[in-house]
Design a protein around this ligand. Structure first.
Ligand SMILES: NC(=O)c1ccc[n+]([C@@H]2O[C@H](COP(=O)([O-])OP(=O)(O)OC[C@H]3O[C@@H](n4cnc5c(N)ncnc54)[C@H](O)[C@@H]3O)[C@@H](O)[C@H]2O)c1
Length: 383
């Protein structure tokens, strides 16, 4: 087995820094890792590329991502650029035999996600999508409790992701253009969709409404430009196992910063998680003594909780950056063990299909079955 794995990262800003940090630190803390990531090439355009290269100890920088794909030294390509570039880069990386860790949402729509999944499989590369919120110890505990049946039969799921940056008056950027990131609630809605399907099961049908609150934004030349994706989306979902779900993704809820939360209600208990209190899990179990039943708050930082033994003593809290580091840990373990990491492109594609249905439902004002979503007809894509 190789002792080192050479990484190239496409994207050097917000998530580029999070990926760079994770790659630097993952081997320091995750002591059972046998393979060591080597930070070879950071690729990006615009200000700050050299700064990110220096601060995060990348060996070299590059502005043309095509050159990175044909570099025989690179084993893994991480993708942290806007969604409109994901497919092109991932397909090219796969053709060049490189493993891929791609940011969410996998692509702009189901068709593109399907093409990425196929290209990765046809070229036998390992692939992962960065649904990093799966990697929070409190979320892992929630998953474990559901799987152990401690909540009984699950009847209801609520998944919300609320932020307020669309109300900040910020100028036009790729985040407000459907041609850059897809229609609908993709940027945030994809996280809560994956979380729901991972925790509870596959979604089969949705009905939704979407709204764009701030319809125009200023441009660098002093003009304005039209926002072509939504600020707020609300949807109901039916799951294959009969669970009913309520979802909301919004970037225009004043006062909400990174307020992602879910609640799972079962016949024997309920649990609730909030990202802004990410070390905690709120749990109610009906088999507690009748005189002391109530929601209890578990601080999920004990040695037996997932990932924690690699970090600090109990109560010494983890932060957001650990979610990405844990994702790299899972990715590197999969390379070591030569198995497909999860969440893979398949998981990314399944979440994308649900959100294509959410968009169609809002446009056509009706319930849409996920099975109706076939994607666009494109050459080379098998369905
Ligand atoms: N997993 C998460 O928690 C999370 C959080 C935020 C964003 N994201 C995702 O990460 C991705 C990047 O988002 P961000 O917030 O870091 O964006 P950003 O605007 O901060 O950075 C975008 C990066 O893309 C690079 N880029 C753009 N065009 C390029 C090109 N042609 N060639 C090379 N590089 C190019 C830029 O240089 C920049 O480094 C998006 O897919 C987004 O949805 C994920």
């Amino acid at each position: 087995m190789k002792e080192t794995l050479n990484f190239a990262l496409i994207g050097h800003m917000f998530m580029g820094r999070a990926h760079s940090h994770a790659l630097n630190d993952v081997g320091m803390f995750m002591k059972d890792l046998k393979i060591r990531p080597v930070l070879k090439t950071i690729c990006g355009i615009g200000d700050g590329l050299e700064d990110t290269k220096e601060r995060f100890h990348w060996e070299k920088s590059e502005t043309d991502w095509h050159k990175v794909m044909s570099d025989p030294e690179i084993d893994v390509v991480s993708i942290a650029v806007p969604g409109f570039l994901h497919k092109e880069i991932a397909v090219e990386a796969a053709r060049n035999g490189k493993h891929i860790l791609c940011e969410k949402p996998l692509a702009r729509d189901y068709t593109e996600a399907l093409a990425m999944f196929q290209a990765a499989n046809e070229n036998n590369v390992l692939h992962m999508v960065n649904f990093n919120y799966r990697r929070i110890p409190a979320v892992a505990l929630a998953k474990q409790m559901i799987e152990e049946g401690q909540l009984g039969e699950i009847v209801s799921y609520k998944g919300f992701y609320q932020q307020d940056w669309a109300l900040s008056g910020a100028p036009m950027s790729w985040r407000y253009k459907s041609e850059m990131v897809g229609k609908g609630p993709l940027e945030m809605g994809i996280h809560i969709t994956d979380m729901a399907q991972w925790l509870v099961g596959g979604i089969t049908e949705v009905v939704s409404v979407m709204d764009t609150v701030v319809k125009e934004r200023g441009t660098a030349d002093g003009g304005t430009d039209v926002v072509t994706n939504d600020d707020n989306t609300v949807w109901l979902a039916k799951f294959e196992n009969g669970v009913m779900g309520i979802f909301e993704a919004s970037r225009a809820h004043m006062g909400r910063k990174n307020f992602q939360w879910f609640e799972v209600n079962g016949t024997k208990g309920s649990l609730r998680f909030e990202l802004e209190r990410m070390n905690e899990l709120n749990v109610y179990l009906s088999n507690d003594g009748e005189d002391r039943r109530g929601f209890r708050n578990i601080i999920v930082t004990e040695e037996m909780h997932k990932y924690i033994k690699n970090w600090w003593p109990a109560g010494h809290m983890l932060g957001w950056e650990h979610t990405v580091l844990h994702q790299y840990y899972e990715f590197l373990k999969a390379v070591e063990g030569e198995y497909m990491p999860r969440p893979s492109f398949e998981d990314g594609m399944k979440a994308q299909r649900v959100l294509d249905a959410v968009v169609r439902s809002a446009e056509e004002k009706r319930w849409v079955a996920i099975a109706e979503i076939k994607g666009r007809e494109e050459p080379g894509i098998r369905r």
